[in-house]
Design a protein around this ligand. Sequence first.
Ligand SMILES: [Zn+2]
Length: 680
Amino acid sequence: METPLHTLLQKKFHLAAFRPGQLEIIEALLEKNCLLCIQPTGYGKSLLYQLTSCLLGGTTLVVSPLLALIRDQINQLTNRFQITAASINSDQTEEENEAAQREALAGRIQILFVSPEQLDHLERLQFLLQLSITLFVIDEAHCISTWGHDFRPSYRHILQFSQALKQKNPKLKILGLTATADERVEQDIAKQLSSIQHSVHVWREKMDRPNLHLSILPAAGTAAKLAICQTLLSKLTGHGLIYCATRENTELVADFLQEQKVSIIAYHAGLESEEKRNIQSAFAENTYRVIAATTALGMGIDKKDLRFIIHFDIPGSITAYYQEVGRSGRDGLPAKGILLYDPADQKIQTYFIDSALPKKEDFQAALTVIRDSSEPLNLTSIKRLTGLHPTRTTLVLAELLDQQAIKKELIKKTQAYSLLDEQKPLDLSRYTTQHLIRSEELSKMVFYAEQTTDCRMKLLRCALGDPTSASCNRCDACQKSSFNSIPDSTIATDWLKKRPVLIPEMKIQKVSSGFSLFDGKIRTEPFIRFMKKRAITEEMDDEILQILLHKTKDLIGTIGAIAPLPSNTWKAQQNFAKKLAAHLQAPLLSDLLTWETLPDKRQGELLNNDQRHYNVHKKMRAFLQHPLPANKILLLFDDYLGSGATIKEAARCLRTVTQAPLMPLTIAQIKWHLGKPGFI
Ligand SMILES: [Zn+2]
């Protein structure tokens, strides 16, 4: 039947027909005012507000954390559909944001996208309230629920803000969108939205993805996983993603597979914005076949023809897994979701949960150091004094501000925190809830990976609040199939051993990039031996010496001198340094760097990198007897690199005596725990 909505769809959006559910949802939104829509990714959720926006006039405001996708969408809206759209977010320059504000104030923007963090800024809120907003869209609405797997503190401001919008325009329409809300989350979101709009209408689609084939491949250790990826990529066709839990793993996977002639690139939050954008558009244009990404890629990839999603590491929650695996096959053609499962990987996810969520003691610790200080404290001092994990500190402070236990003010251009005079009791229940939810979500994920009898699609659907009795008849559990031949991982094992472990450049003191012999995350025998014997014996481990000499042979002729970093615990340092100096034919300057004041503690005993920095900062001294040869490298030699604080301190005092190029070389590279002592 032709309706005005159909006509609009064809004329404005050049589409012949609505996808299942779309028309009904738009009609419900027009009629009900407040709608929560739960549907799998790939069902065309953007059209829901784009089309409604054309009918309502005024401005549609979309709060979305998915900045990358917004960029594509704005281009499409402007160029293809002649709908004026703009965005305000921290990825844009101040000029771009100001231009967007001007246009919106003049009433020339039909759809305005803002990131939730923008609602933290008071002046931004005031500006948004000046617009004539007719439709308010909350993308990824599960983030407002503390029962959700991805609760975001910045989403807390959304409710207050929408109440203000509603007061200004009683006819305001509100649309919450999510692909991941089970029944408990659904009820919680609906309850929260009902504080703005009395009755909330919920629309739920089935969570089945009939073209998706799910399977699990057991893999013990990094080398085995790399070998499996290599084999899989030689068998699979088309483009796809490999999701990894950490930035380092995306680099590792991309480096290895590039060497095996796979067209692949790494993507993670550490890349520059422009680089990220370039990778996304290159992938969209099929320049790369695969991206190895952390979840930072999020929905940034709007590519409908992904044929596979491989998980190199187990994701932290079953909801996240559904969302990530659901990015493949959005064109409706067959696609594969493969999870490489090593039971040991649970540890890293448990660590993520523990480090992200503050505990009662953490709030107390922050309050105590703020109370005990004679002046307002900045973030770095609070991190140093409490020893809390950096992410946690930020969360704790945001919460304390929100609950009006502390205040912040600008002192010498830095934000500083102090206690408010009147203390209210803290309500920390949401953190207990979140800890419970995240642990539950992880156990569901582990169950998904470990069991082999229940249909995997059925497990996912149930976890997503879509209970079903039907099996998919496609997954490895339904088909009783498995990946029988475990590929030979010799190539990957050798590659891992030889892979240089880069030490990134440190721009502040002009330290060029260097390298370590061993990566602490890949626990090779020599690495474990080194860490065990480091503080015990002066004798050199012959295998390690040979590796050191082999890996430094390309440096012969480029080194002006070798400066060991002062160490009290590495007993064999001088012996190694002498051998290295002879090998590199460069003088050994054992007395160049010394401690002027001994650090109070060993770096390993400390709790976070701010404490490690403070422990060594301005404590070394450099004394140069003869000038160093011009243009030759001064090699800084140490046992291991953790936070980089000791190398930075060495560079700081060396810069008072020489401008020679500095390069760090360490036996091992480790990652410190943050918020507790020791390394990961
Ligand atoms: Zn199945």
